[in-house]
Design a binder for this molecule. Structure first.
Ligand code: ADP
Ligand code: MG
Length: 455
C-alpha cells in the first residue's frame, strides 16, 4: 500500500519534473510509513546531503502530491536516516575506478594519475598552427607552463566548435607534465564532472569525490558550458575551484562562449573567471587553414600538393574538425579509387561532403540493411544485447549513419536498434566521429557505405 503510493508519486512527478531531477533526488528516496494520526509521512534518504537538498528544494512538491494521494491537505514530511545499506545504489562499482586509487590513504605525496590515456599525443604545441585567430590563446597557454598558478589564473579559452580548444588544453597538460613530471594533472570535460558529481551524491561518495581534487596541481576543465544550469554541480565545482585557486593551483577552462554570455552560470563563478585571463579563438584565416591542413595531412602520412590544400581551405567550412573531415575524405577517396590526389578529385569528393543529403526518404531499414550486409552481421545482431567488440563498432557505425542520413532523433535511433538509450546512441555517434578523423581506413569504409545508402 505504502509503496504503491510512492510509486504513484514518482509517476506523477515524472510528468512534471525533468527526469534527471527525478532520478537524482526522488528515486533515491524511499517511503517508510504514513502516520495518519499525526498526518506525517516518513521518508528515508540515503544521506544527509540528499535529505537537505530535498527539504530545501522539493518540500512543496512532496507535500502537494503526497497530500493529494493520501487525501490530506498538507502532510508533514519527516526524514529518517537510512540505516546504512537499506537503500542499495544500482551500479556503484564504476565510481571507485573513476576516483584516485589511493586518495584516501592520507599523506600529501599522493599522486593522482593524469588521465593521460584521454590525451591525444598529437594535440601538442608543435602541431598547433598559430595565426592571428588564435595567437593570444596560444601564447597564454604556453606562458602558464612554467608559471603554473601564478601568471594567469584561471586561464579561460573560448571559441566556437572545432577551433582548437581541446587541442590547446591537451597541449598544456602534456607540456606541463613534460616540464615537471611530478605534477598531478587532471584533464576532464565538464560533463564528465557533472556525471561524476551526480553519481557521488547518489551513492554517498561526495567526500571521495572532493578528495579527488584535493591534490591536483593543474586542473583542466574542457567545455565548461556543460555545467550551465546545473546549480548543485556548480556549487560543488565552485568549492573545488576555490580551494585550488586559493592554494595557487592552476586552472584552465575552455568553453564555447564568453563567460558573461554563459547563461546559467552563477555570477560568482563568472566573476572569478573574470579575475584571470580570458582569451578567445576565432575562425582561422585561409592561410592558417592551409597550414593546419598541411600538418594534418602529414600526420596521416600524406603529401598533398598546395593547390589541393588551398582548394579545401577555401571551402566555406569554419570548423577545423569538419575541414579535417573533408581532407580525410579526399584521402580516403583517392586511396579507394587508386587515383592521385588532385584538385579535380577534391572537387568531386567535397561536393558530396557539403551538399546536404536532400532526399530525406532514406529510412532506418535501408541504412541498417547496408551496414549489416557490409559487415556480414544480421539485423538481429545489431539489435541484440551482445557486447562483442566488433559488433559494438558495427552497431556504432549504424548509429552514426542513421544520425547522418536522416532527421531522426537519437532516441528514435536507439529505439530502432533494440531499445537502446539515447545516450548510448550519442556515445556511439561521437565515437565514430572521433575515430573518423584519425583512421583513414574507417573513413574509407564509411564512405563506401554512405554511397551505397544514398544510391
Ligand atoms: P574544439 O575543442 O575547439 O571544439 P578541437 O581542439 O577538438 O576543437 O579541434 C578540432 C580539430 O582541429 C582537432 O583535430 C585539432 O587538432 C584541429 N585544430 C584546431 N585548431 C588547430 C590549429 N591551430 N592547429 C592545428 N590543428 C588545429
Ligand atoms: Mg573540444
Amino acid at each position: 500500500m505504502n509503496s504503491s503510493i510512492w510509486q504513484d508519486f514518482l509517476t506523477i512527478i515524472s510528468q512534471e519534473i525533468n527526469s534527471r531531477v527525478v532520478e537524482t533526488w526522488f528515486k533515491v528516496l524511499s517511503f517508510k510509513e504514513w502516520d495518519s494520526a499525526s498526518g506525517t509521512v516518513y521518508l528515508v534518504a540515503p544521506n544527509l546531503f540528499i535529505k537537505d537538498w530535498v527539504i530545501k528544494h522539493y518540500m512543496q512538491t512532496l507535500q502537494t502530491h503526497l497530500g493529494r494521494l493520501l487525501h490530506v491537505e498538507k502532510p508533514t514530511i519527516q526524514f529518517v536516516q537510512s540505516t546504512q545499506d537499506s537503500i542499495k545504489p544500482e551500479v556503484p562499482n564504476n565510481i571507485v575506478t573513476l576516483l584516485p586509487a589511493r586518495a584516501s590513504e592520507k599523506t600529501n605525496s599522493i599522486r593522482i594519475n593524469t588521465n593521460t590515456q584521454q590525451l591525444n599525443p598529437s594535440y601538442n604545441f608543435e602541431n598547433f598552427i598559430v595565426g592571428p585567430s588564435n595567437s593570444l590563446a596560444f601564447a597564454a597557454a604556453r606562458a602558464i607552463i612554467d608559471k603554473l598558478g601564478t601568471l594567469y589564473n584561471p586561464l579561460f579559452i573560448y571559441g566556437g566548435s572545432g577551433l582548437g580548444k581541446t587541442h590547446l588544453l591537451h597541449a598544456i597538460a602534456q607540456q606541463a607534465q613534460l616540464h615537471n613530471p611530478k605534477l598531478t594533472i587532471l584533464y576532464q570535460s565538464a560533463d564528465r564532472f557533472v556525471q561524476e558529481f551526480i553519481d557521488a551524491i547518489r551513492f554517498d561518495r561526495v567526500h571521495k569525490f572532493q578528495a579527488k581534487y584535493k591534490y591536483i596541481d593543474l586542473l583542466l576543465v574542457d567545455d565548461l558550458q556543460f555545467i550551465a544550469n546545473k546549480e548543485q554541480t556548480q556549487e560543488a565545482f565552485f568549492h573545488i575551484f576555490n580551494s585550488l585557486y586559493e592554494s595557487h593551483k592552476q586552472i584552465v577552462f575552455s568553453s564555447d562562449a564568453f563567460p558573461q554570455n554563459m547563461n546559467g552560470i552563477a555570477q560568482r563563478l563568472r566573476s572569478r573567471i573574470a579575475g584571470g585571463l580570458i582569451t578567445d579563438i576565432h575562425e582561422p584565416s585561409i592561410e592558417t587553414k592551409i597550414a593546419i591542413l598541411k600538418i594534418k595531412a602529414k600526420l596521416h602520412l600524406e603529401l598533398i600538393n598546395d593547390q589541393v590544400l588551398e582548394y579545401i581551405a577555401n571551402q566555406k567550412i569554419s570548423n577545423i574538425r569538419e575541414l579535417e573531415g573533408a581532407l580525410i575524405r579526399v584521402i580516403a577517396f583517392a586511396t579507394l579509387s587508386k587515383e592521385p590526389i588532385t584538385v579535380e578529385l577534391a572537387q568531386r569528393v567535397i561536393v558530396r561532403v557539403i551538399v546536404p543529403v536532400t532526399s530525406r526518404t532514406i529510412d532506418f531499414n535501408k541504412i541498417v540493411n547496408v551496414v549489416s550486409k557490409y559487415f556480414s552481421y544480421s539485423i538481429n545482431d545489431l539489435r541484440s544485447k551482445s557486447r562483442n567488440k566488433e559488433l559494438v563498432q558495427v552497431r556504432q557505425i549504424a548509429m552514426f549513419m542513421m544520425k547522418k542520413c536522416t532527421d531522426k532523433s537519437l532516441r528514435d535511433i536507439g529505439e530502432f536498434l533494440g531499445g537502446r538509450d539515447h545516450s548510448t546512441v550519442l556515445h556511439g555517434v561521437e565515437k565514430i566521429n572521433k575515430n573518423l578523423t584519425h583512421k583513414v581506413e574507417l573513413a574509407n569504409k564509411l564512405f563506401t557505405i554512405e554511397q551505397e545508402i544514398l544510391r
